[in-house]
Design a binder for this molecule. Structure first.
Ligand SMILES: NC(=O)c1ccc[n+]([C@@H]2O[C@H](COP(=O)([O-])OP(=O)(O)OC[C@H]3O[C@@H](n4cnc5c(N)ncnc54)[C@H](OP(=O)(O)O)[C@@H]3O)[C@@H](O)[C@H]2O)c1
Length: 320
């Protein structure tokens, strides 16, 4: 397995990481607990060792609990990343990254995960009511206490990265990034390369769009969280489908699924350490893990890069 180091640490992770949001079923449809547990098991069986979850994945921490249930006995073989600073109140997300909240969420995540340490602990998103240095300081204290091995930040701009990094050195940064959402290439990505901070990206498959399985006429159910994102609507959706047709051509040439072409491209980008690939079915994560077994050629990458340029700017939206 082609392991990569996280930042300046000796922690080694697979470039395909299992994203543990869809298994909660909050925004994904037709998710069952049984399938979610089977997906985690299938992920481990592929050799993926990097698990991405958060305090707020599940209204009652279901994602962290399921990870513990399935992977608890393999604790020393996996790298656990979770996040703090967002919680639910009456099923509405609240940002709260005050030091006392972070410390309390950390204790609860440790309990749910059934472990004595979190390997990578991210601040999920900046809390406008709390100075970033205060939140970072709290994570620094947790590192001092051995409850957390190393720190990360998600959904930050460069000023926020600098503020965090000055108070507590960062090992990883987690933004959204995929073929069509490359905003971080202007500032955050160069900053991370310069500072030896790993970039672990979410939405490599653009919430499933870039897996190429959704038909042009796909009708999204009301419960499907993707319905509210412009990239799945009207003309934007059709332009994205035109772009995916190019990927479908490459997938046919290499006799691989479109999802693997997309994850492969992502993993190869300069400065990208890991692609956090969400899955809700065992076969999806098995397929995604196989992206680690082959490599796109330079000419295929060039065709993709041209198609991205031809697609032009998309109507983009972040997760938080
Ligand atoms: N830090 C943050 O603020 C933040 C925000 C969002 C996500 N994340 C993290 O990043 C991870 C990835 O994001 P994500 O899960 O939202 O999106 P994603 O990885 O871009 O897409 C995942 C979805 O794509 C579809 N899919 C996956 N593999 C497939 C395959 N081989 N073939 C066909 N369809 C496939 C599935 O949806 P369907 O089967 O329903 O089509 C799956 O739920 C999350 O799980 C989470 O750990 C972090």
């Amino acid at each position: 397995m082609p392991f990569r180091k996280l930042g300046k640490t000796d922690i080694e992770v697979t470039p395909v990481s299992m994203g543990c949001w869809p298994i909660t079923g909050i925004t994904s449809i037709n998710v069952t607990r049984e399938q979610s547990l089977a997906t985690l098991q299938a992920s481990f069986d592929t050799g993926i060792n990097f698990y991405d979850t958060a305090y707020c994945y599940g209204y009652e921490g279901e994602s962290e609990r399921m990870i513990s249930e399935v992977l608890g006995s393999h604790r020393e073989d996996i790298v656990l990343a979770t996040k703090c600073g967002i919680h639910w109140k009456n099923k509405v997300q609240q940002r709260d990254a005050r030091p006392e909240t972070i410390k309390q969420e950390c204790e609860e995540s440790l309990r749910r995960l059934g472990t004595d340490r979190i390997d990578l602990y991210y601040l999920h998103a900046p809390d406008p009511s709390t100075p970033i240095a205060d939140s970072a300081g709290a994570i620094g204290e947790l590192i001092q206490q051995g409850k957390v091995l190393t720190a990360g930040a998600s959904n930050f701009d460069v000023a926020q990265l600098n503020a965090f990094h000055s108070a507590c050195p960062l090992t990883a940064y987690q933004p959204h990034y995929n073929m069509l959402q490359r905003e971080i290439e202007d500032a955050q990505l160069p900053w991370c390369i310069e500072n030896d901070v790993s970039v672990c990206v979410y939405w490599p498959l653009m919430k499933g769009l870039l897996a190429g399985q959704l038909a042009r006429g796909h009708q999204f159910e009301d419960k499907d969280g993707r319905k509210k994102y412009p990239m799945f609507q009207g003309e934007e959706f059709q332009k994205n489908q035109d772009f995916i047709d190019v990927l479908r051509g490459i997938a046919d040439d290499v006799d691989r699924p479109v999802a693997q072409v997309v994850i492969n491209w992502t993993m190869q980008r300069n400065g990208i350490t890991a692609a956090l690939c969400g899955a809700k079915r065992p076969e999806q994560i098995v397929e995604n893990a196989e992206s680690m077994q082959w490599t796109l050629t330079e000419s295929q990458v060039a065709i993709i890069d041209q198609a991205i340029q031809d697609r032009g700017p998309i109507v983009s939206r972040g997760a938080v």
